[in-house]
Design a protein around this ligand. Structure first.
Ligand code: ATP
Ligand code: MG
Length: 578
Protein backbone atom coordinates (compact mmCIF):
# COMPACT_ATOMS: atom_id res chain seq x y z
CA UNK A 1 0.00 0.00 0.00
CA UNK A 2 1.14 3.53 -0.81
CA UNK A 3 0.57 6.19 1.77
CA UNK A 4 0.04 8.79 -0.94
CA UNK A 5 -3.10 6.87 -1.95
CA UNK A 6 -4.31 5.81 1.49
CA UNK A 7 -7.22 7.52 3.23
CA UNK A 8 -5.23 8.30 6.34
CA UNK A 9 -6.28 11.62 7.85
CA UNK A 10 -4.13 11.65 10.99
CA UNK A 11 -4.70 14.39 13.54
CA UNK A 12 -2.04 16.25 15.51
CA UNK A 13 -4.42 17.64 18.14
CA UNK A 14 -6.10 15.54 20.78
CA UNK A 15 -9.84 15.60 20.00
CA UNK A 16 -11.69 17.30 22.85
CA UNK A 17 -14.44 14.68 23.08
CA UNK A 18 -12.03 11.79 23.70
CA UNK A 19 -11.22 11.12 27.35
CA UNK A 20 -9.13 7.97 27.23
CA UNK A 21 -6.01 7.04 25.29
CA UNK A 22 -7.58 4.46 22.99
CA UNK A 23 -10.39 6.78 21.95
CA UNK A 24 -7.97 9.65 21.31
CA UNK A 25 -5.55 7.47 19.39
CA UNK A 26 -8.19 5.73 17.28
CA UNK A 27 -9.26 9.17 16.08
CA UNK A 28 -5.77 10.67 15.80
CA UNK A 29 -4.27 7.64 14.04
CA UNK A 30 -7.07 7.67 11.45
CA UNK A 31 -8.57 4.36 12.55
CA UNK A 32 -12.15 5.62 12.77
CA UNK A 33 -14.50 8.58 12.70
CA UNK A 34 -17.62 9.27 14.72
CA UNK A 35 -20.99 9.27 12.98
CA UNK A 36 -23.30 9.62 16.01
CA UNK A 37 -23.01 8.92 19.73
CA UNK A 38 -21.57 5.41 20.02
CA UNK A 39 -21.63 4.82 16.25
CA UNK A 40 -18.45 4.88 14.17
CA UNK A 41 -17.06 4.38 10.68
CA UNK A 42 -13.82 2.45 10.44
CA UNK A 43 -11.25 3.87 8.03
CA UNK A 44 -8.91 1.56 6.07
CA UNK A 45 -6.23 1.30 8.77
CA UNK A 46 -8.74 0.62 11.54
CA UNK A 47 -10.61 -1.92 9.48
CA UNK A 48 -7.40 -3.82 8.78
CA UNK A 49 -6.83 -4.14 12.53
CA UNK A 50 -10.41 -5.30 13.08
CA UNK A 51 -10.01 -7.89 10.35
CA UNK A 52 -6.83 -9.19 11.95
CA UNK A 53 -8.62 -9.61 15.26
CA UNK A 54 -11.57 -11.28 13.54
CA UNK A 55 -9.22 -13.67 11.74
CA UNK A 56 -7.65 -14.74 15.04
CA UNK A 57 -11.11 -15.17 16.57
CA UNK A 58 -12.27 -17.26 13.59
CA UNK A 59 -9.20 -19.49 13.61
CA UNK A 60 -9.63 -20.25 17.30
CA UNK A 61 -13.41 -20.73 17.11
CA UNK A 62 -12.99 -23.11 14.17
CA UNK A 63 -10.20 -24.98 15.97
CA UNK A 64 -12.50 -25.35 18.99
CA UNK A 65 -15.17 -26.98 16.82
CA UNK A 66 -17.30 -23.91 16.16
CA UNK A 67 -19.29 -23.58 12.91
CA UNK A 68 -19.70 -20.09 11.54
CA UNK A 69 -23.18 -18.85 10.62
CA UNK A 70 -24.64 -15.44 9.91
CA UNK A 71 -27.87 -14.58 11.67
CA UNK A 72 -30.09 -11.58 11.03
CA UNK A 73 -29.64 -8.26 12.78
CA UNK A 74 -33.33 -7.50 12.39
CA UNK A 75 -35.24 -9.85 14.68
CA UNK A 76 -39.01 -10.28 15.05
CA UNK A 77 -40.56 -9.33 18.39
CA UNK A 78 -42.48 -12.63 18.56
CA UNK A 79 -39.33 -14.61 19.35
CA UNK A 80 -38.44 -12.24 22.14
CA UNK A 81 -41.96 -12.52 23.54
CA UNK A 82 -41.47 -16.28 23.79
CA UNK A 83 -38.64 -15.80 26.29
CA UNK A 84 -40.18 -12.74 27.94
CA UNK A 85 -37.19 -10.63 27.03
CA UNK A 86 -39.07 -8.21 24.77
CA UNK A 87 -40.18 -6.50 27.99
CA UNK A 88 -37.31 -7.54 30.26
CA UNK A 89 -34.47 -6.33 28.08
CA UNK A 90 -35.38 -2.74 28.76
CA UNK A 91 -34.44 0.53 27.12
CA UNK A 92 -31.17 -0.77 25.73
CA UNK A 93 -33.08 -2.53 22.95
CA UNK A 94 -33.46 -0.66 19.66
CA UNK A 95 -37.02 -1.36 18.51
CA UNK A 96 -38.54 -0.66 15.13
CA UNK A 97 -41.64 -1.48 13.14
CA UNK A 98 -42.13 -2.31 9.49
CA UNK A 99 -44.72 -0.80 7.11
CA UNK A 100 -47.34 -3.22 8.46
CA UNK A 101 -46.62 -2.13 12.06
CA UNK A 102 -44.99 -5.43 12.88
CA UNK A 103 -42.43 -5.02 15.62
CA UNK A 104 -38.76 -5.89 15.34
CA UNK A 105 -35.56 -5.15 17.20
CA UNK A 106 -31.97 -4.71 16.17
CA UNK A 107 -30.23 -7.69 17.75
CA UNK A 108 -28.46 -6.80 21.01
CA UNK A 109 -27.59 -10.52 21.30
CA UNK A 110 -28.75 -13.69 19.56
CA UNK A 111 -29.88 -16.33 22.07
CA UNK A 112 -33.47 -16.25 20.78
CA UNK A 113 -32.57 -16.44 17.09
CA UNK A 114 -30.01 -19.22 17.54
CA UNK A 115 -32.16 -21.31 19.84
CA UNK A 116 -35.13 -20.99 17.48
CA UNK A 117 -32.94 -22.09 14.59
CA UNK A 118 -31.71 -25.11 16.48
CA UNK A 119 -35.17 -26.09 17.73
CA UNK A 120 -36.27 -26.43 14.12
CA UNK A 121 -33.17 -28.11 12.74
CA UNK A 122 -31.75 -30.36 15.47
CA UNK A 123 -33.58 -33.50 16.54
CA UNK A 124 -31.18 -36.07 17.90
CA UNK A 125 -28.42 -36.45 20.45
CA UNK A 126 -26.30 -37.61 17.51
CA UNK A 127 -26.14 -34.01 16.28
CA UNK A 128 -24.68 -32.82 19.59
CA UNK A 129 -22.62 -31.07 20.74
CA UNK A 130 -23.28 -28.21 18.34
CA UNK A 131 -21.33 -24.97 18.50
CA UNK A 132 -22.61 -22.14 16.28
CA UNK A 133 -20.98 -18.74 16.08
CA UNK A 134 -21.02 -15.53 14.14
CA UNK A 135 -19.13 -12.26 14.00
CA UNK A 136 -21.48 -9.40 13.47
CA UNK A 137 -22.77 -5.99 14.52
CA UNK A 138 -24.76 -5.79 17.71
CA UNK A 139 -27.03 -2.93 18.73
CA UNK A 140 -27.54 -1.67 22.26
CA UNK A 141 -28.92 1.75 23.04
CA UNK A 142 -26.48 2.23 25.91
CA UNK A 143 -27.51 4.88 28.40
CA UNK A 144 -24.00 6.29 28.32
CA UNK A 145 -22.14 5.45 25.11
CA UNK A 146 -18.57 6.55 25.72
CA UNK A 147 -14.88 6.00 25.27
CA UNK A 148 -15.26 5.54 21.53
CA UNK A 149 -15.83 1.93 20.48
CA UNK A 150 -15.26 0.77 24.06
CA UNK A 151 -18.94 1.30 24.81
CA UNK A 152 -20.66 1.80 21.50
CA UNK A 153 -24.31 1.56 20.53
CA UNK A 154 -23.34 -0.35 17.39
CA UNK A 155 -20.39 -2.68 17.95
CA UNK A 156 -18.89 -5.88 16.61
CA UNK A 157 -19.28 -9.03 18.64
CA UNK A 158 -18.33 -12.63 18.17
CA UNK A 159 -21.06 -14.69 19.78
CA UNK A 160 -21.04 -18.45 20.03
CA UNK A 161 -23.84 -20.65 21.37
CA UNK A 162 -23.21 -24.20 22.50
CA UNK A 163 -25.85 -26.94 22.55
CA UNK A 164 -25.21 -30.07 24.58
CA UNK A 165 -27.21 -33.04 25.77
CA UNK A 166 -26.25 -32.77 29.45
CA UNK A 167 -24.39 -30.77 32.09
CA UNK A 168 -21.20 -32.69 31.50
CA UNK A 169 -21.27 -31.79 27.83
CA UNK A 170 -21.90 -28.16 28.73
CA UNK A 171 -18.96 -28.24 31.09
CA UNK A 172 -16.72 -29.47 28.28
CA UNK A 173 -17.99 -26.83 25.85
CA UNK A 174 -17.53 -24.16 28.51
CA UNK A 175 -13.91 -24.99 29.24
CA UNK A 176 -13.12 -25.45 25.55
CA UNK A 177 -14.34 -21.90 24.98
CA UNK A 178 -12.57 -20.64 28.09
CA UNK A 179 -9.23 -21.90 26.78
CA UNK A 180 -9.94 -20.67 23.25
CA UNK A 181 -10.56 -17.21 24.71
CA UNK A 182 -7.23 -17.28 26.50
CA UNK A 183 -5.52 -18.14 23.21
CA UNK A 184 -7.37 -15.44 21.29
CA UNK A 185 -6.43 -12.65 23.67
CA UNK A 186 -2.86 -13.89 24.01
CA UNK A 187 -2.51 -13.99 20.24
CA UNK A 188 -3.86 -10.43 20.05
CA UNK A 189 -1.09 -9.37 22.44
CA UNK A 190 -3.65 -8.48 25.09
CA UNK A 191 -3.01 -9.25 28.75
CA UNK A 192 -6.23 -10.56 30.21
CA UNK A 193 -7.35 -12.22 33.39
CA UNK A 194 -10.42 -14.44 33.58
CA UNK A 195 -12.46 -13.47 36.61
CA UNK A 196 -15.48 -15.05 38.24
CA UNK A 197 -18.50 -12.93 37.45
CA UNK A 198 -22.06 -12.53 38.60
CA UNK A 199 -24.61 -14.34 36.39
CA UNK A 200 -27.03 -11.41 36.84
CA UNK A 201 -30.38 -11.21 35.14
CA UNK A 202 -29.41 -13.38 32.14
CA UNK A 203 -29.76 -16.39 34.44
CA UNK A 204 -27.76 -19.58 34.54
CA UNK A 205 -24.94 -20.36 36.88
CA UNK A 206 -21.25 -20.33 36.10
CA UNK A 207 -19.66 -17.45 34.25
CA UNK A 208 -16.26 -15.85 33.73
CA UNK A 209 -15.42 -12.47 32.30
CA UNK A 210 -12.14 -11.88 30.51
CA UNK A 211 -10.73 -8.63 31.77
CA UNK A 212 -8.00 -6.68 30.01
CA UNK A 213 -6.17 -5.01 32.85
CA UNK A 214 -6.17 -1.25 32.25
CA UNK A 215 -6.75 1.88 34.31
CA UNK A 216 -9.39 2.98 31.82
CA UNK A 217 -11.43 -0.16 32.57
CA UNK A 218 -14.95 0.31 33.88
CA UNK A 219 -14.93 -2.90 35.92
CA UNK A 220 -13.39 -3.31 39.34
CA UNK A 221 -11.74 -6.64 39.96
CA UNK A 222 -9.92 -8.25 42.85
CA UNK A 223 -7.38 -11.03 42.68
CA UNK A 224 -5.46 -12.96 45.30
CA UNK A 225 -1.79 -12.28 45.85
CA UNK A 226 -1.18 -15.96 46.48
CA UNK A 227 -3.74 -18.24 44.79
CA UNK A 228 -5.53 -18.15 41.39
CA UNK A 229 -8.68 -16.53 42.71
CA UNK A 230 -9.85 -13.51 40.72
CA UNK A 231 -13.33 -12.04 40.55
CA UNK A 232 -15.34 -9.04 39.52
CA UNK A 233 -16.15 -7.15 42.73
CA UNK A 234 -19.81 -7.54 41.79
CA UNK A 235 -19.33 -11.20 42.48
CA UNK A 236 -16.26 -11.53 44.74
CA UNK A 237 -16.98 -13.45 47.89
CA UNK A 238 -15.86 -11.91 51.14
CA UNK A 239 -14.16 -14.12 53.60
CA UNK A 240 -14.56 -13.30 57.29
CA UNK A 241 -11.79 -15.00 59.22
CA UNK A 242 -13.01 -16.43 62.53
CA UNK A 243 -12.14 -14.32 65.58
CA UNK A 244 -11.85 -15.30 69.22
CA UNK A 245 -14.57 -13.47 71.16
CA UNK A 246 -13.32 -11.62 74.23
CA UNK A 247 -16.75 -11.96 75.83
CA UNK A 248 -17.44 -8.25 76.35
CA UNK A 249 -20.89 -7.47 77.69
CA UNK A 250 -21.00 -3.66 77.72
CA UNK A 251 -24.36 -2.07 78.42
CA UNK A 252 -26.08 -0.19 75.59
CA UNK A 253 -25.79 3.53 76.29
CA UNK A 254 -27.53 6.37 74.44
CA UNK A 255 -25.21 9.18 73.42
CA UNK A 256 -26.30 12.58 72.10
CA UNK A 257 -24.65 13.10 68.71
CA UNK A 258 -25.88 16.43 67.40
CA UNK A 259 -25.53 16.67 63.64
CA UNK A 260 -23.36 13.52 63.32
CA UNK A 261 -24.66 11.63 60.34
CA UNK A 262 -21.74 10.07 58.56
CA UNK A 263 -19.28 7.38 59.60
CA UNK A 264 -16.45 9.95 59.40
CA UNK A 265 -18.35 12.28 61.75
CA UNK A 266 -18.75 9.43 64.21
CA UNK A 267 -15.13 8.31 63.97
CA UNK A 268 -14.04 11.77 65.08
CA UNK A 269 -16.74 12.20 67.67
CA UNK A 270 -16.23 8.85 69.39
CA UNK A 271 -12.55 8.56 68.50
CA UNK A 272 -13.21 4.95 67.42
CA UNK A 273 -12.35 3.33 64.04
CA UNK A 274 -15.02 2.72 61.42
CA UNK A 275 -14.53 -1.01 61.93
CA UNK A 276 -16.29 -0.62 65.32
CA UNK A 277 -19.30 1.14 63.82
CA UNK A 278 -22.45 -0.77 62.96
CA UNK A 279 -23.83 0.73 59.76
CA UNK A 280 -27.51 0.28 58.90
CA UNK A 281 -28.79 1.06 55.42
CA UNK A 282 -32.45 0.78 54.51
CA UNK A 283 -33.10 -0.71 51.08
CA UNK A 284 -36.14 -1.40 48.97
CA UNK A 285 -36.23 -4.47 46.73
CA UNK A 286 -39.46 -5.28 44.91
CA UNK A 287 -42.17 -4.83 47.52
CA UNK A 288 -39.86 -5.57 50.43
CA UNK A 289 -37.93 -3.28 52.72
CA UNK A 290 -34.72 -4.56 54.27
CA UNK A 291 -32.04 -3.21 56.54
CA UNK A 292 -28.50 -4.06 55.48
CA UNK A 293 -26.32 -4.10 58.57
CA UNK A 294 -22.58 -4.12 58.16
CA UNK A 295 -19.36 -2.74 59.55
CA UNK A 296 -18.74 1.00 59.14
CA UNK A 297 -15.66 0.41 57.01
CA UNK A 298 -17.48 -1.97 54.64
CA UNK A 299 -19.65 -1.17 51.61
CA UNK A 300 -22.81 -2.95 50.47
CA UNK A 301 -22.68 -5.12 47.37
CA UNK A 302 -26.19 -4.53 46.06
CA UNK A 303 -26.13 -7.63 43.86
CA UNK A 304 -25.45 -9.84 46.87
CA UNK A 305 -28.06 -8.01 48.91
CA UNK A 306 -30.69 -8.46 46.20
CA UNK A 307 -29.94 -12.16 46.14
CA UNK A 308 -30.16 -12.37 49.94
CA UNK A 309 -33.59 -10.75 49.86
CA UNK A 310 -34.66 -12.79 46.85
CA UNK A 311 -35.35 -10.02 44.34
CA UNK A 312 -33.81 -8.84 41.08
CA UNK A 313 -32.64 -5.40 42.16
CA UNK A 314 -32.44 -3.27 45.27
CA UNK A 315 -32.19 0.46 45.71
CA UNK A 316 -31.69 2.68 48.73
CA UNK A 317 -35.08 3.48 50.27
CA UNK A 318 -36.50 6.98 50.03
CA UNK A 319 -36.63 9.23 53.09
CA UNK A 320 -40.28 8.45 53.81
CA UNK A 321 -39.66 4.72 53.96
CA UNK A 322 -36.64 5.30 56.18
CA UNK A 323 -38.75 7.36 58.58
CA UNK A 324 -41.47 4.69 58.64
CA UNK A 325 -39.02 1.90 59.38
CA UNK A 326 -36.65 3.67 61.77
CA UNK A 327 -38.83 6.43 63.20
CA UNK A 328 -36.08 8.92 62.40
CA UNK A 329 -34.82 10.86 59.40
CA UNK A 330 -31.92 9.72 57.22
CA UNK A 331 -28.61 9.39 59.05
CA UNK A 332 -29.64 7.83 62.36
CA UNK A 333 -30.75 4.34 61.38
CA UNK A 334 -29.67 1.51 63.67
CA UNK A 335 -30.50 -2.18 63.90
CA UNK A 336 -32.35 -2.05 67.24
CA UNK A 337 -36.12 -1.56 67.16
CA UNK A 338 -36.73 -1.45 63.41
CA UNK A 339 -40.33 -1.90 62.28
CA UNK A 340 -41.62 -3.75 59.21
CA UNK A 341 -38.35 -4.72 57.66
CA UNK A 342 -36.03 -7.69 57.50
CA UNK A 343 -32.54 -7.37 58.93
CA UNK A 344 -29.79 -8.81 56.75
CA UNK A 345 -26.45 -8.71 58.56
CA UNK A 346 -23.00 -9.30 57.14
CA UNK A 347 -20.90 -11.93 58.97
CA UNK A 348 -18.16 -9.39 59.74
CA UNK A 349 -20.53 -7.14 61.69
CA UNK A 350 -21.55 -10.07 63.88
CA UNK A 351 -18.00 -10.25 65.26
CA UNK A 352 -18.26 -6.76 66.81
CA UNK A 353 -18.65 -7.08 70.57
CA UNK A 354 -19.17 -3.47 71.53
CA UNK A 355 -20.10 -1.27 68.61
CA UNK A 356 -21.58 2.12 67.86
CA UNK A 357 -24.89 2.15 65.99
CA UNK A 358 -27.59 4.62 65.01
CA UNK A 359 -30.27 5.15 67.70
CA UNK A 360 -33.28 5.47 65.36
CA UNK A 361 -33.88 8.94 66.78
CA UNK A 362 -32.64 12.37 65.76
CA UNK A 363 -29.11 13.09 67.05
CA UNK A 364 -28.89 9.83 69.01
CA UNK A 365 -26.39 7.00 68.68
CA UNK A 366 -25.92 3.91 70.81
CA UNK A 367 -22.68 2.70 72.30
CA UNK A 368 -21.97 -0.84 73.52
CA UNK A 369 -24.15 -2.54 70.89
CA UNK A 370 -23.56 -6.27 70.53
CA UNK A 371 -25.07 -7.91 67.45
CA UNK A 372 -26.88 -11.13 68.35
CA UNK A 373 -27.53 -9.91 71.88
CA UNK A 374 -29.14 -6.53 71.17
CA UNK A 375 -30.71 -7.37 67.82
CA UNK A 376 -31.33 -10.59 65.94
CA UNK A 377 -30.84 -10.55 62.19
CA UNK A 378 -33.26 -12.45 59.95
CA UNK A 379 -30.23 -13.66 58.01
CA UNK A 380 -26.49 -13.47 58.32
CA UNK A 381 -25.02 -13.56 54.80
CA UNK A 382 -22.16 -12.05 52.88
CA UNK A 383 -23.57 -8.77 51.53
CA UNK A 384 -20.46 -6.68 51.35
CA UNK A 385 -18.32 -5.50 48.51
CA UNK A 386 -14.86 -7.03 48.43
CA UNK A 387 -12.08 -4.50 48.64
CA UNK A 388 -8.32 -4.57 48.18
CA UNK A 389 -6.65 -5.59 51.41
CA UNK A 390 -9.35 -8.13 52.35
CA UNK A 391 -8.10 -11.60 53.21
CA UNK A 392 -8.62 -14.22 50.46
CA UNK A 393 -10.57 -17.36 51.36
CA UNK A 394 -7.49 -19.43 50.50
CA UNK A 395 -6.24 -18.30 53.89
CA UNK A 396 -2.85 -17.21 52.57
CA UNK A 397 -3.15 -14.21 50.30
CA UNK A 398 -4.57 -10.73 50.41
CA UNK A 399 -6.90 -9.39 47.71
CA UNK A 400 -5.37 -6.89 45.30
CA UNK A 401 -7.47 -4.46 43.31
CA UNK A 402 -7.28 -3.61 39.61
CA UNK A 403 -9.46 -2.14 36.91
CA UNK A 404 -10.42 -4.17 33.89
CA UNK A 405 -12.04 -3.84 30.47
CA UNK A 406 -14.47 -6.70 29.89
CA UNK A 407 -13.42 -7.99 26.46
CA UNK A 408 -15.21 -11.31 26.65
CA UNK A 409 -17.53 -13.46 28.70
CA UNK A 410 -18.31 -17.16 28.83
CA UNK A 411 -21.60 -18.26 30.33
CA UNK A 412 -23.39 -21.47 31.28
CA UNK A 413 -27.04 -20.88 30.44
CA UNK A 414 -28.47 -24.34 31.09
CA UNK A 415 -32.07 -24.51 29.90
CA UNK A 416 -32.92 -20.83 30.35
CA UNK A 417 -33.69 -20.42 26.62
CA UNK A 418 -34.26 -23.96 25.44
CA UNK A 419 -37.23 -24.51 27.79
CA UNK A 420 -39.28 -21.40 26.94
CA UNK A 421 -38.46 -21.75 23.24
CA UNK A 422 -39.10 -25.51 23.26
CA UNK A 423 -35.69 -26.48 21.86
CA UNK A 424 -35.69 -30.22 22.50
CA UNK A 425 -33.71 -33.22 21.30
CA UNK A 426 -34.31 -36.93 21.51
CA UNK A 427 -31.89 -38.82 23.71
CA UNK A 428 -30.58 -42.37 23.21
CA UNK A 429 -33.49 -43.82 25.18
CA UNK A 430 -35.98 -42.03 22.93
CA UNK A 431 -36.83 -39.43 25.56
CA UNK A 432 -37.23 -35.74 24.64
CA UNK A 433 -35.12 -33.35 26.68
CA UNK A 434 -34.32 -29.64 26.51
CA UNK A 435 -30.94 -28.70 25.07
CA UNK A 436 -28.33 -27.56 27.57
CA UNK A 437 -26.86 -24.28 26.40
CA UNK A 438 -23.94 -21.96 26.89
CA UNK A 439 -23.17 -18.57 25.33
CA UNK A 440 -19.83 -16.97 24.74
CA UNK A 441 -19.18 -13.39 23.59
CA UNK A 442 -16.15 -11.39 22.57
CA UNK A 443 -16.32 -7.66 21.99
CA UNK A 444 -14.24 -7.51 18.82
CA UNK A 445 -14.27 -3.73 18.46
CA UNK A 446 -13.78 -3.28 22.21
CA UNK A 447 -10.81 -5.65 22.02
CA UNK A 448 -9.20 -3.30 19.50
CA UNK A 449 -9.57 -0.38 21.92
CA UNK A 450 -8.33 -2.49 24.84
CA UNK A 451 -5.18 -3.42 22.92
CA UNK A 452 -4.47 0.28 22.42
CA UNK A 453 -5.04 0.97 26.12
CA UNK A 454 -2.32 -1.55 26.92
CA UNK A 455 -0.02 -0.83 23.98
CA UNK A 456 0.67 2.87 23.56
CA UNK A 457 3.07 5.57 24.65
CA UNK A 458 3.18 9.38 24.40
CA UNK A 459 3.84 9.21 20.66
CA UNK A 460 1.02 6.88 19.72
CA UNK A 461 0.01 3.25 19.33
CA UNK A 462 2.49 0.32 19.49
CA UNK A 463 0.57 -2.47 17.73
CA UNK A 464 1.49 -6.05 18.52
CA UNK A 465 2.66 -7.60 15.24
CA UNK A 466 -0.30 -10.02 15.12
CA UNK A 467 -2.90 -7.25 14.80
CA UNK A 468 -0.94 -4.36 13.25
CA UNK A 469 -2.56 -2.72 10.21
CA UNK A 470 0.76 -3.19 8.37
CA UNK A 471 3.88 -4.85 9.71
CA UNK A 472 6.42 -2.51 8.16
CA UNK A 473 6.49 1.16 7.19
CA UNK A 474 9.18 1.94 4.61
CA UNK A 475 10.18 5.59 4.94
CA UNK A 476 12.49 7.27 2.46
CA UNK A 477 13.59 10.47 4.20
CA UNK A 478 13.29 12.32 0.90
CA UNK A 479 11.12 10.57 -1.68
CA UNK A 480 12.24 13.02 -4.39
CA UNK A 481 15.82 11.81 -4.05
CA UNK A 482 16.29 9.22 -6.76
CA UNK A 483 18.66 6.97 -4.86
CA UNK A 484 16.48 6.91 -1.75
CA UNK A 485 13.33 6.42 -3.78
CA UNK A 486 14.77 3.50 -5.69
CA UNK A 487 16.11 1.78 -2.59
CA UNK A 488 12.80 2.30 -0.79
CA UNK A 489 10.72 1.03 -3.69
CA UNK A 490 12.88 -2.08 -4.01
CA UNK A 491 12.58 -2.91 -0.29
CA UNK A 492 8.84 -2.29 -0.47
CA UNK A 493 8.45 -4.58 -3.48
CA UNK A 494 10.60 -7.34 -2.08
CA UNK A 495 8.99 -7.32 1.36
CA UNK A 496 5.52 -7.34 -0.15
CA UNK A 497 6.47 -10.28 -2.35
CA UNK A 498 7.89 -12.04 0.70
CA UNK A 499 4.45 -11.82 2.31
CA UNK A 500 5.29 -9.05 4.76
CA UNK A 501 2.47 -6.49 4.96
CA UNK A 502 4.30 -3.35 3.97
CA UNK A 503 3.35 0.27 3.41
CA UNK A 504 5.61 2.83 1.77
CA UNK A 505 5.58 6.49 2.76
CA UNK A 506 5.86 7.92 -0.74
CA UNK A 507 4.48 11.29 0.28
CA UNK A 508 6.40 14.48 -0.37
CA UNK A 509 6.32 15.31 3.31
CA UNK A 510 9.04 16.45 5.67
CA UNK A 511 10.76 13.57 7.47
CA UNK A 512 9.39 14.81 10.82
CA UNK A 513 5.82 14.43 9.58
CA UNK A 514 6.51 10.92 8.30
CA UNK A 515 8.14 9.81 11.53
CA UNK A 516 5.33 11.32 13.63
CA UNK A 517 2.69 9.49 11.58
CA UNK A 518 4.67 6.25 11.77
CA UNK A 519 4.83 6.49 15.58
CA UNK A 520 1.23 7.63 15.92
CA UNK A 521 -0.19 4.80 13.80
CA UNK A 522 2.23 2.36 15.39
CA UNK A 523 3.56 0.08 12.64
CA UNK A 524 5.75 -2.46 14.49
CA UNK A 525 8.80 -1.84 12.24
CA UNK A 526 9.96 1.30 10.46
CA UNK A 527 12.66 1.04 7.84
CA UNK A 528 14.24 4.44 7.26
CA UNK A 529 16.16 5.10 4.09
CA UNK A 530 18.33 8.18 4.67
CA UNK A 531 21.26 9.68 2.76
CA UNK A 532 24.01 8.96 5.28
CA UNK A 533 23.44 5.26 5.89
CA UNK A 534 22.56 4.72 2.26
CA UNK A 535 26.01 6.01 1.25
CA UNK A 536 27.31 2.94 3.14
CA UNK A 537 24.69 0.70 1.57
CA UNK A 538 22.65 0.54 4.78
CA UNK A 539 19.19 1.35 6.08
CA UNK A 540 17.87 1.77 9.61
CA UNK A 541 15.44 -0.80 11.05
CA UNK A 542 13.58 0.41 14.14
CA UNK A 543 11.09 -1.39 16.36
CA UNK A 544 8.24 0.87 17.42
CA UNK A 545 7.47 -0.74 20.77
CA UNK A 546 10.99 -1.00 22.18
CA UNK A 547 12.90 1.64 20.23
CA UNK A 548 15.44 -1.07 19.30
CA UNK A 549 17.42 0.14 16.25
CA UNK A 550 19.84 -1.53 13.83
CA UNK A 551 21.66 -0.51 10.69
CA UNK A 552 21.24 -3.34 8.20
CA UNK A 553 22.74 -3.67 4.77
CA UNK A 554 20.49 -3.26 1.75
CA UNK A 555 21.16 -6.82 0.68
CA UNK A 556 20.04 -8.29 4.01
CA UNK A 557 17.23 -6.03 5.12
CA UNK A 558 14.41 -7.95 3.45
CA UNK A 559 15.34 -11.36 4.83
CA UNK A 560 16.13 -9.85 8.24
CA UNK A 561 12.74 -8.14 8.54
CA UNK A 562 10.83 -11.05 7.04
CA UNK A 563 12.47 -13.36 9.55
CA UNK A 564 11.73 -11.12 12.52
CA UNK A 565 8.08 -10.66 11.53
CA UNK A 566 7.55 -14.36 10.90
CA UNK A 567 9.08 -15.16 14.27
CA UNK A 568 6.99 -12.54 16.07
CA UNK A 569 3.78 -14.00 14.63
CA UNK A 570 4.86 -17.56 15.43
CA UNK A 571 5.71 -16.47 18.99
CA UNK A 572 2.31 -14.89 19.48
CA UNK A 573 0.77 -18.27 18.64
CA UNK A 574 3.10 -20.49 20.62
CA UNK A 575 3.25 -18.44 23.81
CA UNK A 576 -0.51 -18.38 24.13
CA UNK A 577 -1.95 -20.35 27.02
CA UNK A 578 -4.73 -22.87 27.00
P1 ATP B 1 -20.93 -4.49 29.72
O1 ATP B 1 -21.07 -5.05 31.11
O2 ATP B 1 -19.57 -3.91 29.44
O3 ATP B 1 -22.06 -3.60 29.32
P2 ATP B 1 -22.12 -6.91 28.83
O4 ATP B 1 -21.76 -7.82 29.95
O5 ATP B 1 -23.47 -6.33 28.77
O6 ATP B 1 -21.02 -5.74 28.74
P3 ATP B 1 -22.15 -9.11 27.00
O7 ATP B 1 -23.61 -9.22 26.79
O8 ATP B 1 -21.47 -10.08 27.89
O9 ATP B 1 -21.79 -7.61 27.45
O10 ATP B 1 -21.46 -9.03 25.57
C1 ATP B 1 -20.29 -9.75 25.20
C2 ATP B 1 -19.13 -8.82 24.95
O11 ATP B 1 -19.48 -7.76 24.05
C3 ATP B 1 -18.66 -8.10 26.20
O12 ATP B 1 -17.78 -8.90 26.94
C4 ATP B 1 -17.98 -6.88 25.63
O13 ATP B 1 -16.64 -7.17 25.29
C5 ATP B 1 -18.76 -6.59 24.37
N1 ATP B 1 -19.67 -5.45 24.55
C6 ATP B 1 -20.81 -5.42 25.28
N2 ATP B 1 -21.41 -4.22 25.20
C7 ATP B 1 -20.61 -3.46 24.40
C8 ATP B 1 -20.69 -2.12 23.92
N3 ATP B 1 -21.72 -1.33 24.25
N4 ATP B 1 -19.71 -1.67 23.11
C9 ATP B 1 -18.68 -2.47 22.75
N5 ATP B 1 -18.55 -3.74 23.18
C10 ATP B 1 -19.51 -4.24 23.98
MG1 MG C 1 -20.75 -9.43 29.92
Amino acid sequence: MRMSKLLMPTLREVPAEAEIASHQLMLRAAMMRKVAAGIYSYLPLGYRVLQKIMRIVREEMDAAGGQEVLLPIVQPAELWHETGRWDDYGEEMFKLSDRHQRLFCLGPTHEEITTALVRNEVRSYRQLPLLLYQIQNKYRDEIRPRFGVMRGREFIMKDLYSFDRDEQGLDESYWTMFHAYQRIFDRCGLKTRPVEADPGAIGGNQTHEFMAIADAGEAEIVYCSSCDYAANVEKAECFTPPTDPVGREDPVVEVATPGMRTIEDLEKFFNRPASEMIKTLIYRGGDQVAAAVLRGDHAVNEIKLARAIGCLEVELADERTIEEVTGAPLGFAGPIGLKGCKIIADPAVMAIESGIAGGNAVDVHLQGVKPGRDFTPDAVVDIRKAQPGDPCHCGEGVLQGARGIEVGQVFKLGTKYSVPLGALFTDEDGEERPLIMGCYGIGVSRTMAAIIEQCHDVDGICWPVSVAPFHVDVVPVNYRDEQQREAAERIYQDLTEAGVETIIDDRNERPGVKFKDADLIGFPIRITIGPRALADGQVEVRWRATGEEHLISLSEVVSHVQDRITRAIADSKSTSRG
